[in-house]
Design a protein around this ligand. Structure first.
Ligand code: FPP
Length: 234
């Protein structure tokens, strides 16, 4: 049992690029989807740890606009696991004060999954212990282009930065303070491109299915020592 020692200067919003599920499975001689299955367990563990630490917002990059390039088997597997996760954890989300939100173009997802997400978002909309935001069929470029097209459709000629941000999927969510990408890869991969302007980054080598509270605390300690300047002077 880890001691709940307080960590100072916690981020308000953490973005997580969960990488390494496939490698984790291959390392164990298992099919890739077993890595995603363990990956979902890591998501659930991370939510519990973040509630304990009192972090308010977390975004998990669960399915990118580029993930459609994977095999049908793998994509169906990810959808099935997501479906199962939502069904089995619905009561937990409702009763533990977890609010579910999503970003990305859900309309391309299977209808029943869309319905499950809509219903869970509705049932948890007044929760405020933690906001769990799932990026699903999400890509930063896709989000920006959709925003631009919506601005054009609205007939506006110009918008301010603040106004532009209201056209993004993240209207009710602050920019991520801290972005963690597991598995040692140091890439952004189309995640929250507009919102990450002043995010701090951290790239631990642990594969996502192995990520636990100890890794999270270590990451948060690293963040707590960062001097954020937002372009200003020290
Ligand atoms: C990256 O590992 C992981 C993904 C592309 C998908 C992860 C999705 C989930 C765990 C489902 C999330 C669902 C909910 C409800 C949060 P990779 O396959 O790219 O790993 P590799 O680089 O080792 O191949």
């Amino acid at each position: 049992m880890l001691k709940n020692k307080t960590i100072k200067n916690l981020p308000t919003h953490i973005g997580i690029i969960m990488d390494g599920n496939g490698r984790w499975a291959t390392n164990q001689g298992l099919p890739r989807n077993m890595g995603h299955k363990e990956g979902i367990n890591a998501v659930d563990r991370t939510i519990d740890a973040l509630i304990k630490l009192k972090v308010k917002f977390v975004t998990f990059f669960a399915f990118s606009t580029e993930n459609w390039k994977r095999s049908k088997d793998e994509i169906d597997g990810i959808f099935n696991l997501t479906r199962e996760y939502l069904k089995t954890k619905k009561d937990k989300f409702i009763n533990r004060g977890i609010k579910l939100t999503t970003i990305g173009e859900l309309s391309k997802f299977p209808k029943d999954l869309q319905n499950e997400l809509t219903s869970m978002k509705k049932e948890t909309k007044n929760n405020d212990k933690i906001i769990v935001n799932l990026a699903l069929n999400y890509g930063g470029r896709n989000e920006i282009v959709r925003a631009v097209n919506n601005i054009i459709a609205s007939g506006k000629q110009t918008v301010s930065e603040e106004e532009f941000a209201t056209y993004l999927d993240t209207t009710s969510i602050p920019d991520p303070d801290f972005i963690i990408r597991t598995s040692g890869e140091e890439r952004v991969s189309n995640f929250m491109l507009y919102q990450m302007a002043y995010s701090e980054f951290y790239f631990p080598s642990v594969l996502w299915p192995d990520f636990n509270e100890r890794h999270l605390r270590k990451a948060l300690k690293v963040y707590s020592k960062r001097k954020r300047r937002f372009g200003g002077i020290k």
